[in-house]
Every structure is written in C-alpha cells, then in structure tokens.
Design a protein around this ligand. Structure first.
Ligand code: SF4
Ligand code: SF4
Length: 337
C-alpha cells in the first residue's frame, strides 16, 4: 500500500501530516515529489509515526522522463480575470489551490488539470516542472530514498533509459524501481511497438497490449540496470476522488494487462479509492494499491480545520483521532488481504 503525496505537491505542512497519519495507519511506501524539502517533510512525518510505534514506510521519489500531467502546475494571472468572474476554477480544484482571490497557490497544486477547462476565458495554462539531468543524481544522493518511481509515456524509451542512467549515477542502492506508464501516446504519437491491437489514432489511449509492450521495453532497461521493477498502472491519473467509476476503470486495466505484463508486481493506481478493494477478485493479481488524490481529499477538511486553529493535524488530538479513523478505514481492506 502506497500513499501518493503527489509528484507536484509541495505543501510541506500538509505533506508532513499526511505522511505521519498514513504511516501510523499502515502504508508501506510514501511517494513524494523529487524535492529535498518535500522529502524532509515526509521524513519528519514518518519519524513522528515511528515514535508512536509504527513501522517506517519506504520513501519513494517520483521523477519523469518528459512532459507528464503529474509534473505540471496550473498558472494564471489574476490581474487578467474579470472582477465579476464567479471563479469556476476555484470550485473545481480538489486541492484548494485556488482561493477566493488571487492566482494558483503553486505549493498546493498537484497538476490534476481540472481547472484548465473550467475557465471560460481560457486564462489558465499548465507549466511543466521537471528536474534537469544534472540535478537528478545530486538530489537522490542527498535524499537517499528507498525507491524511485519513473513516469514515462509511450514512445519515450530513450528518454526513460537516460533518466535511469541519471538515477544510477546517484549511487543510491534502490530497493525498487517503480514504473508508471500512462495510457497517453506521448509526444511521439502512436506507440512504436508493432502490437497488433492498437487502433492507430494518435488521440486514442493505448490498448492494454500496447501498454504491455511499452512496459516490456522498460523491463529490459530496468533489468539491465540491475533493478527490481514494479509496474504502477496509472489508467486514470489523479482521479480517485472523482467517484467509484474511476476505481472500476483501474481494475479493468489490471485485468486487461495482466496476461501481457512483464515480470514484477502490478500496483493499482490512477483512480483508486475506497471502492477498489471490493471490485477485485482472488485471481486479479493486484500486488498492491496506491492511493493519491482520494487519500489526500479524505483528510483535507481536517487539515484545514487544524490549520484554522493554528496547529498541525498531529497536534490536535480530536482531529487526529478522526483522521486516523478515516485513513485506517481506507486501508483496512488491503491490510486484511
Ligand atoms: S484544479 Fe488541479 S491543476 Fe488546477 S490548481 Fe487545482 S490542483 Fe492544480
Ligand atoms: S475562471 Fe478564469 S477568469 Fe475566472 S477567476 Fe478563474 S482563471 Fe480567472
């Protein structure tokens, strides 16, 4: 079980609380932005949980080999907004990164993209936040994570291999290399594989077999690097808080890809929520689950309530008790498996 704090989430106070509470609730891994301050906040949260008797989860840093929705931030200039705009962008933001006035609070924005089509004037744009090739080895060497997740897209095998070389240059002994490959066709259009099930339209998502073919290509590179892979199935990225239907999409992707996937555990993500475990049968072969937007949304009202009283969630015992009950409820079906 993994908590995804968000590859673009830099809200240090919230990250510290989320990591503390989900560590205490029993997650095995916490996935954060590749940022030293974020990693330090996550570690402070884990240390707090460890002091309460919890096992310390792995710390995973998320990287990307190119443009990716997980690594973007929304941005707009509030001076361009009409004064009478009812601010639909604010209503749709699940991270409360857009307030009653002003622009996007970058540290809260995790790039879900829901605000982008919400602006009737098209004033909101996305900006990619990617680490340079030189920054990766130094950051990993400084943070010493247990694991790294590499986000990739179809057709980016070379960029993936280059990022992996940068990861290896850090000298960090990783316990796992997670690969998250979305269903988008990436900058190079249709997958370069010769899989016979693709539809050929560059706007169509990858079929399960096309995705599997991409994963097999990554598998060769990962094994050559001497690393153990984990395949994170990110069918509908950052959508778990939207509704139960997204969980069904995630499970359907697992079922479709399982016969074709390369060796290594398959982890459900991208649409996972409280409905996910009940949808799985014994033969579905999910090695684990990652909760992102849904896990954060679950605790968001409590985080805000604590913030309003001037303290962290961990310092506010009644709110902490509620948060732990919610987090444990989300994880319980998975701990029971
Ligand atoms: S809706 Fe999503 S992309 Fe837009 S500001 Fe909020 S978190 Fe960022
Ligand atoms: S919806 Fe568009 S115009 Fe209105 S506040 Fe948001 S960004 Fe500005």
């Amino acid at each position: 079980m993994k908590l995804i704090c968000g590859a673009g989430n830099n809200d240090l106070a919230a990250i510290e609380d989320l990591c503390a509470i989900y560590s205490l609730a029993g997650v095995h891994c916490i996935d954060v932005a590749a940022d030293a301050a974020v990693a330090a906040a996550a570690r402070r949260g884990m240390a707090w949980a460890e002091a309460q008797g919890a096992a310390t989860p792995w710390l995973m840093l998320s990287l990307s080999d190119g443009a990716d929705p997980h690594f973007r931030k929304a941005h707009f200039d509030p001076l361009r907004c009409p004064s009478d705009c009812p601010r639909p962008c604010q209503r749709v933001c699940p991270a409360l990164a857009i307030g009653k006035s002003g622009g996007v609070l970058a540290e809260r924005c995790y790039g879900c993209g829901r605000c982008l089509p919400a602006c009737p004037l098209g004033l909101i744009e996305e900006q990619q936040v990617l680490l340079s090739a030189e920054a990766v080895p130094a950051l990993l060497a400084a943070v010493q994570p247990d694991a790294v997740e590499l986000h990739t897209q179809a057709g980016r095998q070379q960029a993936f291999a280059a990022r992996l070389t940068q990861v290896q240059a850090s000298g960090v002994n990783l316990k796992r290399l997670a690969v998250s490959c979305g269903l988008e066709r990436g900058a190079q259009g249709r997958s370069s594989t010769n899989c016979d099930t693709g539809t050929g339209n560059s706007s169509d998502p990858l079929s399960a077999r096309e995705l599997a073919a991409e994963l097999w290509q990554r598998f060769a590179v990962v094994r050559q690097a001497g690393l153990a892979p984990l395949w994170q199935l990110d069918g509908r990225p950052m959508s778990g808080d939207v509704g139960a239907g997204t969980a069904r999409a995630a499970v359907q992707l697992l079922r479709a890809i399982r016969p074709w996937a390369p060796p290594g555990p398959l982890q459900l993500a991208g649409g996972t929520n409280a409905s996910t475990a009940a949808l799985l049968g014994p033969g579905d072969g999910a090695a684990g689950v990652a909760f992102g937007g849904m896990a954060r949304s679950l605790l968001q009202p409590l985080l805000l309530e604590a913030e309003a009283t001037g303290c962290s969630l961990r310092q506010h015992q009644p709110l902490l008790d509620q948060a732990l009950t919610l987090a444990r409820g989300l994880l319980a079906p998975w701990l029971a498996r």
